[in-house]
Design a protein around this ligand. Structure first.
Ligand SMILES: [Zn+2]
Length: 112
């Protein structure tokens, strides 16, 4: 996988965790989970985001704003964001040096 793509997938996972922790923060505090955990997560997220090319970050932000999920896995040659098929010509190119996006919906694709 393209190293930048790996970072984007990790970033998206981490932001999902942050959202979850924020939503459940009261419940979690009741379980003894301190707010410090959230701060640590955010610091790790910022560090990760700092390693991603600005061009990709703005792309990622736009997609997250529009769809919620910016980076989606390709399963059975389908984009799992919009369920359109991905041309097989994409598949061979993917693992090389390019971050690919779905031609139909524009989401960033990865092959898990
Ligand atoms: Zn798509």
């Amino acid at each position: 996988m393209h190293p930048q793509l790996q970072l984007l997938v990790a970033l998206q996972d981490m932001e999902g965790m942050i959202r979850e922790v924020q939503e459940k923060s009261e419940e979690l505090e009741g379980m003894g989970f301190k707010q410090g955990g959230l701060e640590n997560l955010k610091a790790a997220r910022d560090e990760l985001a700092g390693k991603i090319e600005p061009r990709l970050m703005s792309w990622y932000r736009r997609l997250t704003g529009r769809f919620g999920h910016a980076v989606v896995p390709v399963v059975n040659n389908l984009c799992t964001g919009c369920f359109n098929s991905i041309p097989s010509s994409f598949v061979s190119k993917t693992n090389v040096n390019k971050v690919q996006k779905c031609e139909s919906c524009g989401r960033i694709l990865y092959w898990p």
